[in-house]
Design a protein around this ligand. Sequence first.
Ligand SMILES: NC(=O)c1ccc[n+]([C@@H]2O[C@H](COP(=O)([O-])OP(=O)(O)OC[C@H]3O[C@@H](n4cnc5c(N)ncnc54)[C@H](O)[C@@H]3O)[C@@H](O)[C@H]2O)c1
Ligand SMILES: O=C(O)CC[C@@H](O)C(=O)O
Length: 389
Amino acid sequence: MYSIRTYNSIAKRGLDVFTDNYEINASDYPDAILLRSYNLHEEVIPESVKAIARAGAGVNNIPVDRLTEEGIVVFNTPGANANAVKELLLMSLIATSRHLVEAVSWTKSLIGEGENVPKLVENGKKQFVGTEISGKKLGVIGVGKVGVLVANDAHALGMEVMVYDPFISVNAAWQLSRNIKRAESVNEIFQSCDYITIHVPLTSETKGMLNQNAFEIMQNHVHIFNFSRGELVNEDDLEIALQERKIAGYITDFPTERILQMKNVVALPHLGASTTEAEENCAYMAANQIKEYLETGNIQNSVNFPNISMPYVGNKRLSIIHKNIPNMVGQITSYLANHSINIANMVNGSKGAFAYTMIDIDNGIPSEVRNELTVNISRINGVIKVRII
Ligand SMILES: NC(=O)c1ccc[n+]([C@@H]2O[C@H](COP(=O)([O-])OP(=O)(O)OC[C@H]3O[C@@H](n4cnc5c(N)ncnc54)[C@H](O)[C@@H]3O)[C@@H](O)[C@H]2O)c1
Ligand SMILES: O=C(O)CC[C@@H](O)C(=O)O
């Protein structure tokens, strides 16, 4: 029986993946954790945990480095909510250009004006004359799963689009419409765009990426959209840029008390991935990745260990997480050979300082070593976690 702990509201389609051999939130010693935005940084993670899956893209709420040292595999669900974010962004782009939020709220204020409403509407509408996005220039920073969709569809809506991503994947580059211009530096985006949207992960490198230096070189009256993470923007600098009307509007999915008090801010309650489709896609993908890892050792969409799969034929399988240092595989296979354990199949891969090896055992594990096998392999210097599946 495997035990899963969940945080946040996880779509039923994901929870339904865990059938017969699973219990959910029934044990203090879970095998895996499934969550969305819950902050795991302050949480004590039980030793029983082997995997943590984020039903979503960003993993900044998870202490990935610490978990990696402990041999816990962290997954996310690349692309599973990208369309939802793209639609919200495009909606916000148009809504901002047409002053939708202010106009709806003003119109609602006419309640009680009785038969004067139509006349007041016609007289009042001049306050909300907007602009069209067609022909305007959009800068997209970060061309991953969300950014590429935003760039292509904004172009389809008639915008001139420029993108910046020094680490763009081959897949994203293939997906990007050839009409989209690539910036050589992020400053090119800052200097030339009417609208700027940021779709990068929050890391120590990207934190505060939108700051005074960036705001200073932007076009006057630029609109900035942040549907990625609040900390990508320096709040002190943002406040000044908004006060000076350098930035005409800041549209964000990540309000703070201070941001809410700033003028010309439109703040949403982290709604980017809040569609039925995205919630289901993320939960289903995350749950399947956990299940596959627990039951077969195969790793797909991990952010801290290599993605490795080997067909699982039901033989005994050793799943070994270890450091990426010389002679790890040699020591493990020598140990097996010395104990007459025959290897049927094996796979190994690494990611940075860590590595993962799966070994399928041909003819069972001799009874005299069965009990000590995981303990003895764990004792090899550099081995972090061993399981027999
Ligand atoms: N509002 C929401 O509900 C919501 C939903 C999904 C994702 N997000 C956020 O949006 C982020 C992006 O999502 P995604 O699915 O596109 O992720 P992704 O990993 O597919 O894409 C991120 C892209 O950013 C690029 N990048 C990294 N550092 C960069 C830098 N310094 N300059 C330019 N580009 C850089 C990467 O190369 C990558 O292509 C997530 O990390 C998450 O924080 C928010
Ligand atoms: O779970 C959510 O609602 C948000 C997920 C989003 O922030 C992400 O990083 O994918």
